[in-house]
Design a protein around this ligand. Sequence first.
Ligand SMILES: [Zn+2]
Length: 314
Amino acid sequence: MINSRNILGIIGGSGLYNIEGLNNIKEVAADTPFGAPSDNLIFGEIDGKQLVFIPRHGRGHKILPSEINYAANIYALKAAGVSKVISVSAVGSLKKEIIPGDMVIVDQFFDFTKNRKNTFFGDGIVAHVSMAEPVCPCLRNIVIDSCKSLGIRYHSEGTYICIEGPQFSSKAESLFFKNSGFDVIGMTNATEAKFAREAGLCYTTIAMATDYDCWHEEEENVNADIIIKILNENAEKAKNIIKEAIKHIAYGDDVGNDSINNNINDSINDDINVNIHNVYSCSCSSSLEHAVVTAKKDVPEQILEKLAIFEIYK
Ligand SMILES: [Zn+2]
C-alpha cells in the first residue's frame, strides 16, 4: 500500500480532522529526515482510488500554525507516493462578497509570516524555486469543477494572505490586508505551498471562509457557536469536494502531472474563466530543474542523503 505512486494527498485544517467513508483504512506512523509529521498518515480509498490524509494541526488540534513541521508533513506525503495535494483550510474573508460558508479556490499566496522555516534547503545546498504561480493549475481546475458540479458556492480565484499567528489580526492589520486587495486570510498555506513546490508536488487549496475577520463592523457580534456551525458545514462541503475531485484525478505509475483527465475541460466551456479551465498541464513535478544553484560535489554527503527523495541531481 505504501509503495503506491501518484496518489492524492489531503492535508486537513481546522474542522477537518478525518474523512469518513474511506475504505481499506490503514494508519501509518511516519518519520522523516526532517522529523515527525503532525500526525499519523491515514491511508484509505474512495471508489477504489487511494488517498493519504494528514491533519495539519494533529488530531485534537494540538499544533500551532508556527509549530507545524511543514517539511515533515510534505516529505511524509511525498515518501508515501503522493504527487498531488489538496489542502483544506479555514480562513477569514477580507471581501464582502466572500460570505462565510463560501469556498475560495485560491490562485495566489502572499507570505506575511515572520518566524518559521519555509524550505527544505540550506545547510550547504541552495535552491530558488519559482513561486510565481504557487498553485497547480490542473488540480485547481478539478477542484473548481467539483464545486460547480456539486452546486457549492465558490470563488474560482483569490489571494490568500498568510500571517504568522497564532493571534488573529488587529483591526488595523485586517483593514490593511483588505485594502491591499487580499481576499482571504489564514496562517498556514503559503508555507505549505512553498514546501510542496520544492517537493515537486501539485498543490491546491480549498479555503473555507468561516467569518469576516475583524474588519467587518456589522459582523462584530458573531458568536463562537455560529463560527463552529459554519466550520463544521464547511468541512462537510470540503469532504464532498474531495470525493468528487478524486474521480477526475489520474492515477497509476504511467501518468504524469500533465495527464489529469482532459474530459473535465470539455464540459466547462461556458465558464467565464475559460482560459484558466483550458489549462490541463502543469510543471509542478519539475520545480527543481534549474532551481538548485549548488554543484553536487559541493553539497555535504548527509544533505544529499537527506534530500535524495527529490532526485535533485538526476
Ligand atoms: Zn501540478
